[in-house]
Ligand binder design. Sequence first.
Ligand code: KG4
Ligand code: ZN
Length: 371
Amino acid sequence: MSAGVPGTGDAPVALARRATAEPGSGGSGIVLAVETSCDETAVAVVEGGRRIRASVVASQVAMHAATGGIVPEVAARAHLRWIVPVFEEARAGAGIDDWSAIESVAVTYGPGLAGSLLVGINFAKTLAYVHGLPLVPVNHLEGHIYAAWLLDREEPERPAPPFPLIALVVSGGHTFLVEMQDHLDYRFLGQTVDDAAGEAFDKVGRLLGLPYPGGPAIMKAAAGAVDRDVQFPRAWMGESYDFSFSGLKTAARRAIEARGGTAALTSGSVAELAYGFQESVVDVLATKTGLAAERSGARAIILGGGVAANAVLRDRVAARAAALGIPLIVPRPALCTDNAAMIGAAGFFRTRAGTRASLDLDARPSLPLVG
Ligand code: KG4
Ligand code: ZN
């Protein structure tokens, strides 16, 4: 049975055992957040939806590099192995001994790998139950958006992203554009009809013989490209804000085959093809995001998700935002990829909006952002 969450179309839910702060009330604003949806075991403590008091991420990337991708059961077992040490480090880093300082426990309950999600959910439930705190379910995709609100521990204050804004989320599993008029309020503009942008980077990275994950490896290889004339197709999908990357992947495969296959590629060819591929992905993402911002009269653009760590994408969207006279807000790369601080930021706004899960909260592997 899956527990309902207001705003996701499910039945209303009961409150956790003993709520210390009611919706809308001025609790401490300190949220303990847990994220285990994919292959990063992460726990963070975030204050007021913005200030990171501690954020610890145990990455499984090196482990999954050996298999060229994620093996779900291996990922789930690694979460089980690391969740307690990661939590202990975050708690010590945040200097929190007194649980009365914590207003709520936020946890990613989807989308993601079921076995991975279950580890974090069960851990968060236990903390909420034992300490009598509200359990706040957070959508992983909402977390990627709210990473734009985060401030590092010592970072000077800066204004929060202004509404209305356009958010582009580009991760390993998702690629979509939304307009936000207010907190937690999303108007879906478009999404990928096939591969996510990060998935395309990972698949083409593998075809190019580059290490997993493909995104950072392609970015690095492309930076060294001498020949920059290679052209890959761009799928504009008419006037829509939808995206498609599977044709691009096929074009990359053909180009690699035309050069004798992966094993025959010179480092010059790898760089050249990586460059052409990255240009195609970035061009479509930046153009559509700029158009959406222009047409909607957005006051800011934000980027989130692992692919937002891509320096070329950041530069290209920054140029679009500058042309419109609005700011581009992108978290630093480590906050673009999966982490729990972003869940703590979204979790704060969810806490204040009264979103609660009961202790029978279940994983929702295919949870959409809206609906
Ligand atoms: O958000 P994330 O950490 O996990 C998901 O929720 O999917 O995103 C991971 C994805 C991977 O596909 C990875 O290749 C991509 O983000 N990525 C990048 C870069 N860094 C990570 N893609 C392009 N350029 C990068 N620098
Ligand atoms: Zn993610």
